[in-house]
Design a protein around this ligand. Structure first.
Ligand code: SF4
Length: 354
């Protein structure tokens, strides 16, 4: 490879919702004996899912697969209300790691449906987030992916609301929204866009590097909606060589010139480090700063309650300090990347013969 420079997008990689979900599942791994169950991939990233799998997490597609009494976590993408309810039955310990920004969209759908609106939802068919959101009010929601789907939709006569999957590309959202606005004179839309801050920030940062790069590398999995959105953004900015890769091993060997690097919201920083090492730019790395992200989402309330109760019990039974309660207070200062690396180290040590 003869890469001269890497332009590294900032922000990139883990968002606050993914941080919350990974750290919450890490808590489950520390506290419970395996197997621990997770409904759907905790986040859409191969490395993250595989690491948890090695630690005894079993990923399931239906809650029926979770035995009575077992611990189960619901993923960051949001879960259908009926599945949330059934996850809490049969004595299961159910922790919901849904991102609060997905919960906001669920709330919009629920309220508008109760008020008699028909809801046009722009999202990706089959994606976990879209499946969970549609299930909030299936009788009122019309899922469309693009203008073609909108044209296929029967005319709606009553009040119309327009909501969206949080991880669409900004262009994709804008194009379909304009078409919906042309079709319907009065539409309810949330005051604050459903596209989340992490999605828009990562796309904004990528636009800045795309105009200076010969090649763009996007780290993330093919089933990660916001990762795929980043690919689209790079292409829409005229970059002809755009590569989405799961890891450095998938990089083409003949990359040259200035390479822009970014990562989807579920891709760990350790993968970015490996990609940069592999690109080995002769003139180093320039971080292209778009904006700072300071959002923090605390652990799920059920997990906080559970850990505090466990802590109190340990204190009484063993007269020990409050390990979980104290560590929870520090949650904001510990990154999910560090948590993943620590889990990996624990895994390696447990395999080392003594
Ligand atoms: S991408 Fe946005 S909606 Fe999805 S988990 Fe991250 S912050 Fe939440």
């Amino acid at each position: 490879m003869s890469v001269t420079k890497v332009l590294l997008a900032e922000p990139r990689g883990f968002c606050a919702g993914v941080e919350k979900a990974i750290k919450a599942l890490a808590w489950m791994v520390r506290v419970f004996e395996p197997p621990i169950y997770c409904y759907h991939e905790i986040v859409h990233n191969q490395l993250v899912v595989e690491r948890f799998r090695k630690l005894g997490v079993v990923f399931v597609d239906t809650v029926d697969q979770v035995p009575p009494g077992a611990p189960v976590m619901l993923s960051a993408h949001g879960t259908a209300p009926a599945v949330v309810t059934s996850s809490q039955e049969a004595g299961r310990i159910s922790i919901n790691a849904v991102c609060p920004l997905v919960t906001k969209v669920h709330h919009e759908v629920k309220v508008r449906s109760q008020r008699g609106y028909e809801i046009i939802y722009i999202g990706h068919r089959g994606h976990d987030e879209a499946v969970g959101t549609v299930a909030v009010a299936p009788e009122s929601v019309h899922l469309i992916e693009d203008e073609h789907d909108l044209r296929e939709l029967d005319r709606i006569d009553g009040p119309v609301a327009l909501v969206a999957q949080t991880t669409l590309s900004m262009d994709e959202w804008a194009e379909v929204r304009q078409e919906v606005e042309r079709e319907y004179s009065e539409i309810w839309m949330p005051t604050k866009s459903d596209l989340c801050f992490a999605t828009t920030n990562r796309q904004g940062a990528l636009k800045e590097i795309a105009q200076r790069a010969d090649v763009v590398v996007v780290l993330g999995s093919s089933n990660s909606s916001n990762t795929v959105a980043l690919e689209k953004v790079a292409r829409s900015r005229g970059v002809t060589q755009v590569f989405r890769v799961n890891s450095a091993s998938e990089l083409p060997r003949d990359l040259a010139g200035v390479v822009g690097v970014t990562a989807g919201a579920s891709a760990p920083d350790e993968l970015v480090d490996e990609v940069i090492a592999s690109l080995n730019p002769t003139h180093g790395v320039e971080v292209v700063h778009y904006t700072a992200e300071e959002e923090y989402f605390p652990p799920p309330p059920e997990l906080r309650d559970f850990l505090r109760s466990l802590s109190a019990l340990l204190k009484v039974a063993l007269a020990s300090p409050l390990p979980y309660g104290t560590a929870l207070e520090d949650d904001a200062s510990v990154s999910a990347s560090r948590t993943l690396m620590e889990l990996n180290r624990d895994l390696s040590e447990s395999k080392t013969p003594r």
